[in-house]
Write a protein that binds this ligand. Sequence first.
Ligand SMILES: Nc1ncnc2c1ncn2[C@@H]1O[C@H](COP(=O)(O)OP(=O)(O)OP(=O)(O)O)[C@@H](O)[C@H]1O
Ligand SMILES: [Mg+2]
Length: 273
Amino acid sequence: MLLEAKNVSKTFRSGRGTETVHAVRDATLRARPGDFVAIVGESGSGKSTLARILLDLIPPSSGGVELDGVPISAMTKKERVQYRRHVQAVLQDPAGSLNPRKRVEQTVGEVIRLHRIATTRVQVREKVREALHLVGLNPAEEFLDRFPHELSGGQRQRVLIARAVALNPQIIVADEAVSALDASVKAGVLRVMADLKDRLGVGYVFITHDLPVVRKVADYVYVMRSGEIVEEGAKEAIFADPSHPYTQTLLAAAPVLHRARSDRSLDSTAREV
Ligand SMILES: Nc1ncnc2c1ncn2[C@@H]1O[C@H](COP(=O)(O)OP(=O)(O)OP(=O)(O)O)[C@@H](O)[C@H]1O
Ligand SMILES: [Mg+2]
């Protein structure tokens, strides 16, 4: 399976429609199941806009997104529903991705019902349990009846991942999904994501400004600036030898972490929930 953004541009009119913002310009990107693709770039560079286009939440102004060569715009209603199942979102929690009035079982269960993964109450509950187990919320019984405010930040993020993974997606688009979390909690959530990649073959389009995280988990990196993808390449190549001046500046500006230390801090604390 191949997810492609082809020459995608997005223009917004802001203010009273007098100003034009070129949020994304001619961006081309590819992602496959099992790939950890990262998009990095400064604030306002168009990362979230590109993510929303990939998620079929907003249409591009020009260009398009294709799944296995089929443009979203040419999909039948049924194909589009399938698309939205295959390409799932995990967004940042503080933005309120979880409904505060819904318990974990309801939050995860309703998407399972919506996509008819299971229908009876017993089957749905079983699927919810499986999903919670996959993201390390064990025992599931302990979490099913909780409201978001009864969970830690890391646990809430895991519920969001469980909700996505319950649909058996091919690719998860994660927009700053771990950025708000403490280092140790972040490491645990990243471990869960890497584990889903290994066990289920899930691919990621992982958006972040956190370069140590990219260094740890990404396979391939796209660098955005002012709406454009200015550089792309295998992670090793990008970190070892950034070719675009902007990427050089970005890497130079990142907090310098001793390599061994940052790796250890991600690994040793990964058991935290
Ligand atoms: N709905 C909108 N209407 C008008 N302008 C918008 C809209 N959404 C985004 N923009 C503008 O498009 C540009 C790109 O925004 P976007 O949110 O994609 O950036 P980002 O890279 O995700 O930034 P951050 O790292 O801060 O999340 C910004 O200039 C933003 O103000
Ligand atoms: Mg953003």
